[in-house]
Design a protein around this ligand. Structure first.
Ligand code: HEC
Length: 268
């Protein structure tokens, strides 16, 4: 029986490793947030530090590593006894997690669409596209999942492809970016519009996906040109008429002011 058990154990361990392999989700920031907000064994950091104080701390620690931040938290915990009770009850791993949260060290994904996430063509079988840029707006490297890390929802007539190296399986340094192109090419007109959601899966915290709703539509046919004039000689096009009007008014005013013998003006 023993060999069977150990075989089973190995098989399930392998399954867990396989499942965990595709994306490395960083969780230190998220775990640190839980400690800060709710789970500290002897009290909460949030009991003494409100959101404004946390924001101020993040400015202070914006250039600090986890270790540097932890050292300063430890120093404060040593001089403030109430804080010491809370901080010193944490394990070393938890102290690093809370330092990661205080210094806001995490990857964070944000997207923009150029020219727009609303795509419009004038007839079926035409195509148009938009370029989506994923930015890492966080302080830690953003790693896009290798396995299906960039995907579109549903079966709508959209395609996604990388621009340059694309985003799939890329690692973006803080401030870095990558691009994909989403193309809309329907063969059948939508009832009103086609919709899809671009999802990029990564190790960001607290959200490990960044999504963008994209719509596609067939634009209304352009309005017919205005009917041609039927008056003899034809009316002036509006733009030309509008351009001539001020010149005519100006000529009249000039004539009036150049007439000093005008009796009405003379009496005023
Ligand atoms: C009993 C109240 C109390 C608790 C609980 C508490 N602190 Fe503090 N903490 C203080 C006081 C008081 C100071 C000094 C004044 C200040 O900086 O706001 C301080 C300072 C700090 C500083 C600033 C250090 C610096 O050098 O600028 C950090 C960071 C900090 N605390 C983090 C934490 C963390 C993380 C926890 C939770 C593990 C925590 N605190 C829990 C009271 C507390």
């Amino acid at each position: 029986m023993q060999p069977t058990h150990s075989l089973l154990f190995k098989a399930s361990t392998a399954a867990i490793v396989l499942l965990a392999a595709p994306v490395t989700h960083a969780v230190d920031w998220t775990a640190g947030r839980a400690l800060w907000d709710t789970q500290s064994p002897t009290g909460r950091c949030a009991d003494c530090h409100d959101a404004a104080r946390l924001t101020a701390m993040r400015t202070t620690f914006a250039g600090s590593t986890v270790a540097q931040t932890r050292t300063r938290i430890q120093a404060a915990a040593t001089s403030v006894s109430g804080m010491g009770v809370t901080f010193n009850a944490l394990s070393n791993a938890q102290k690093d997690q809370v330092a990661t949260y205080v210094a806001d060290i995490r990857a964070e994904g944000n997207v923009t669409a150029n020219p727009s996430a609303t795509l419009s063509i004038s007839a079926v079988n035409q195509s148009t596209s938009t370029v989506i840029t994923l930015f890492n707006t966080g302080r830690a490297p953003l790693i896009v999942a290798t396995n299906n890390g960039v995907r579109l929802s549903g079966t709508a007539p959209f395609l996604v492809a990388g621009v340059g190296s694309g985003c799939l399986a890329q690692t973006l340094a803080p401030g870095g970016s990558c691009q994909v192109r989403v193309t809309y090419q329907p063969t059948v007109a939508p009832t009103t519009q086609h919709q899809t959601t671009l999802t990029i899966e990564h190790n960001g915290e607290p959200a490990n996906t960044t999504t963008l709703a994209i719509t596609g539509a067939i634009s209304a046919a352009p309005p017919p040109p205005p009917p041609a004039s039927n008056g003899g000689g034809g009316a002036l096009p509006f733009a030309l008429w509008a351009a001539l009007l001020p010149a005519g008014l100006l000529a009249r005013r000039t004539r009036r002011s150049a007439a000093p013998s005008d009796p009405k003006r003379g009496t005023q």
